[in-house]
Design a protein around this ligand. Structure first.
Ligand SMILES: C[S@@+](CC[C@H](N)C(=O)[O-])C[C@H]1O[C@@H](n2cnc3c(N)ncnc32)[C@H](O)[C@@H]1O
Length: 313
């Protein structure tokens, strides 16, 4: 697998191999085979404490804008089903054939049993190379999608083409943390009890720094085991805030918020000996995080954005 991949590599065997690994990663994650112990999502209550109602709010934004929705990176369609329950007709696209097949199986069974007013259709496609029909959708919904996409200019052009005039692009995603967010994250990881015992923290920081040296400065050298970062999907964070610049070029942005500067990451690492204490501390960190974002202007690493395609003049 190449260490660096660019849009010129799209269509090459190396690119397809990375896409296969990407799909495989998300399928293993859906089967519970990927270690999630350092993510706040390891515990639904902890996840709710740090993420609040961001997801529900994003889905509300989409539903308010029309019934015909395209969901990008839909995985096995859990969010699409929630939208269908609210009367939407959703097309979902994902690179993983395994997740799409599992989703279609679930949809067939649950649609019959639950009689949703809407409908869901999932299909396999690569967000880097979509070929969408023009003027079709009221809404394009992108939740945790853009940061996996190498060729954002191609995807933005496709989204613009597929939206009806006035149609909405609604996204919830993450980008690279701000410097303040990063420093706060490291500070709290250092002073709070985490999965790394206090006596090992200096060595842990050194190992992580060296892992980045190998990854970015010596990409062709085999790193010693201690300097290897935990496994991620091959396209994880392949892009970040450039998605927002491109959205501004293609669409009229209506609202843009950047919550979650550090608490979402720190919460996943907390180890206080009891779940209740971890949740209580995560709640306090979240309050501080919200305050820093709202009152001091620290930029969070999550963005919730709504925009629309301009009407022809
Ligand atoms: C973080 S998950 C998000 C799933 C869902 N949107 C959610 O929020 O629960 C990322 C999803 O993106 C999909 N994905 C990654 N790269 C893709 C690509 N190039 N084209 C289409 N889907 C892709 C993965 O298969 C995975 O299902």
């Amino acid at each position: 697998m190449p260490n660096k991949i660019s849009t010129d590599d799209i269509g090459t065997p190396a690119y397809y191999e990375m896409l296969r690994q990407e799909a495989d990663f998300w399928e293993r994650r859906a089967r519970g085979e990927v270690d999630m112990s350092l993510a706040a999502t390891r515990d639904p209550e902890l996840a709710a404490v740090v993420a609040g109602d961001l997801l529900a709010h994003t889905l509300d934004l989409a539903v308010a804008r029309g019934k015909h929705i395209l969901e990008l990176a839909c995985a096995s369609g859990d969010l699409a089903i929630q939208l269908a329950r609210r009367g939407c007709r959703v097309d979902g696209v994902d690179i993983s054939w395994g997740l799409v097949r599992e989703g279609m199986r679930q949809i067939a069974t649950r649609h019959q049993a639950e009689h949703w007013p809407g409908a869901v259709n999932l299909f396999v496609g690569d967000l880097n190379r979509l070929g969408l029909a023009a003027n079709t959708y009221d809404v394009v919904l992108a939740i945790a999608a853009f940061h996996h996409v190498l060729d954002l200019p191609s995807l933005m052009a496709q989204i613009e083409k597929s939206l009806k005039p006035g149609g909405a692009l609604i996204c919830l995603d993450h980008m690279e943390p701000s410097l303040a967010g990063r420093l706060l994250r490291y500070f709290f990881l250092f002073i709070l009890p985490t999965e790394v015992p206090y006596w090992r923290k200096p060595l842990h920081i050194f190992n992580r720094l060296m892992a980045r040296v190998y990854k970015y400065l010596l990409p062709n050298r085999q790193a010693p085991a201690a300097f290897v970062l935990p496994p991620r999907s091959p396209f994880e964070d392949i892009t970040g805030s450039e998605a927002i610049d491109l959205i501004r070029q293609h669409f009229v942005v209506e609202s843009y918020q950047t919550p979650q500067a550090f608490a979402n990451v720190v919460a996943g690492h907390l180890r206080l000996g009891s779940r209740e204490r971890e949740i209580k501390l995560a709640r306090r960190l979240r309050k501080l995080d919200d305050w820093l974002v709202q009152h001091i202007g620290v930029r969070g690493e999550t963005y919730v954005l709504s925009a629309h395609k301009a009407q022809p003049s």
